[in-house]
Design a protein around this ligand. Structure first.
Ligand SMILES: *Cc1c(COP(=O)(O)O)cnc(C)c1O
Length: 499
């Protein structure tokens, strides 16, 4: 079967996967979605007991159908191996009888973003090959902390690609900042921007729609692309671990092949959980997708009322990767709730951008696929403490939001279905807040708190950050959103000097 893609805002768009990978976002501002989503099906029973790489190849082949088998094998084999992940099995499912925790933070940057960003550079290379695209790729990305580091690491020293990351100034954790400032690679750049994540993301989107490179005369040598989760090469690889978790749950006899399961997903930009929805659409027997937010609970309200309203205070929380009020990937779900009507989707997204609010029909059956809840700052801390006390299991603040939402779900529905909680970050990425939740010394600086957390819990520091304080660290550069375009151009200018 051949998979072509269209835009959520213009159904006349018809692109190959390669074209979408390169473009990132449709010219009409919409997101790319497979034309034949309802026809793509995977035999999840056939995946049981298979390796992560095997499942990834089957899924990527279907969605990147203009890639050759060799290209898919090259991309998957280059990404999912022991050089990039702590264990050979890539991700592990920890079982706690009624539920399991899929630890998605075993990659190089200790967040689930590694799942997609380790393969994306190879998919991008292949897409360029397929399109005979000889220009250099300039990856421009807004990050709330984890994407930035994972993208810098994934694209580091990849031939023909430069990567620039913008993050909100003082909006990321100490360790996230340190991870970015100690990034190696000749082609990697990061800047702090005054503002919150939504400001940064909006400014990045504007650079894309303004055709900046063409206007400034760089269009012949470079093209812009994004490593944000709007790119299909980020989204699609995330479908894999939903199938993989199911396979693992069958193998450890938590479920029988054919049983339904639930997933709980710590959610920000709605990329992770949308991949879960695609897993369900393509045949995985998922009963509920439980959407967990922090105090920025715009999605909780959306799933409970059908009304999306971003006109509310923006909170900086201890789960910063979920501090988002405009969840970009939700547009792909809205497109489905509107029966794939491009006009209606454009209209709703127009309302969101002008008035900050839009409304869906809450009676749409798609809302039944989801349950949503959120965690306050106190909930997060309490949950970290309780989970550690009860199960001797240490979780990070994002995963704590998921545990809180899961507990609410169980209390409210009494549902007995086996549930997989996606754990999206290592607790060491947020040591200070985790220590404070455990009632320990929270006055330590970022590095000392790392070692203290390790000592307190007798959990070894992950290799990826062990000794990070001794690595070469560059100065942080802070700019205003107005300077972002200029910064892009100055890097292109410098690139010319080097060449
Ligand atoms: C990015 C991130 C999330 C949110 O994922 P989305 O795909 O943006 O919804 C949750 N937790 C952590 C640790 C993250 O890095």
């Amino acid at each position: 079967m051949h998979t072509q893609y269209t835009s959520t805002r213009n159904n006349a768009v018809n692109y190959s996967a390669s074209q979408c990978v390169i473009k990132g976002l449709s010219d009409d501002g919409g997101l790319f979605v497979p034309c034949n989503l309802s026809e793509i099906k995977f035999d999840y029973k056939e995946f049981i007991g298979k390796s992560y790489g095997y499942i990834a190849k089957q899924i990527l082949k279907a969605f990147f159908s203009d890639f050759t088998n060799n290209q898919i094998e090259y991309a998957v084999d280059s990404a999912y191996n022991i050089n990039n992940f702590e264990t050979k099995e890539i991700f592990t499912l920890k079982n706690f009888s009624k539920y399991g925790v899929l630890e998605l933070f075993r990659g190089k940057t200790l967040a689930f973003k590694d799942a997609a960003l380790s393969v994306m550079p190879y998919l991008m290379q292949c897409a360029k090959e397929n399109m005979n695209e000889k220009r250099e790729t300039f990856i421009l990305t807004a990050t709330s902390g984890d994407t930035g580091k994972a993208a810098l690491e994934g694209f580091k020293d990849v031939e023909g690609i430069k990567i620039l990351v913008f993050y909100p100034y003082k909006g990321v954790s100490e360790l996230q900042l340190l991870q970015m400032l100690t990034q190696e690679g000749k082609n990697t750049y990061s800047f702090a921007v005054e503002g919150n994540f939504d400001d940064v993301q909006t400014a990045v989107k504007n650079i894309f729609t303004a055709s900046l490179l063409q206007k400034e005369g760089y269009g012949d040598k470079f093209f812009l692309s994004s490593a944000n989760s709007i790119n299909i090469s980020r989204l699609i690889p995330q479908i894999v671990y939903y199938y993989y978790a199911y396979s693992k749950a069958v193998l450890n006899e938590s479920i029988k092949a054919g049983d339904e399961i639930n997933f709980v997903v710590p959610t920000g930009n709605f990329g992770n959980i949308l991949a879960g929805y695609y897993a369900k659409k393509t045949g995985l027997p998922i009963k509920k997708l439980i959407c967990a937010s922090n105090k920025n609970n715009v999605l909780t309200d959306y799933f409970n009322t059908g009304c999306y309203n971003k006109n509310r205070p923006f909170y900086k929380t201890i789960a910063p990767s979920m501090d988002i009020l405009i969840s970009s990937n939700l547009e792909r779900l809205v497109y489905e709730t509107e029966a794939r009507c491009d006009k209606k989707t454009s209209e709703l997204m127009g309302q969101l951008s002008l008035q900050g609010i839009f409304e869906n029909n809450i009676h749409n059956h798609i809302f039944d696929d989801f349950y949503a809840d959120y965690a306050t700052e106190d909930d997060i801390k309490q949950t970290i403490k309780d989970t550690y006390k009860k199960n001797s299991y240490l979780i990070d603040p994002h995963t704590a939001c998921a545990f809180k939402a899961y507990n609410s779900y169980i209390t409210q529905t009494k549902d007995n279905t086996y549930t997989v909680i996606l754990s999206t970050a290592s607790p060491f990425k947020f040591s200070k807040d985790v220590l404070s939740a455990l009632g320990d010394d929270d006055s330590l600086d970022g590095i000392k708190s790392l070692y203290r957390l390790s000592e307190l819990t007798a959990i070894k520091l992950p290799k990826a950050i062990n000794g990070i304080e001794n690595r070469h660290k560059k100065e942080e550069t802070v700019i205003t959103p107005e300077k972002m375009s200029e910064t892009v151009i100055s890097i292109l200018k410098d690139g010319e000097k080097d060449a």
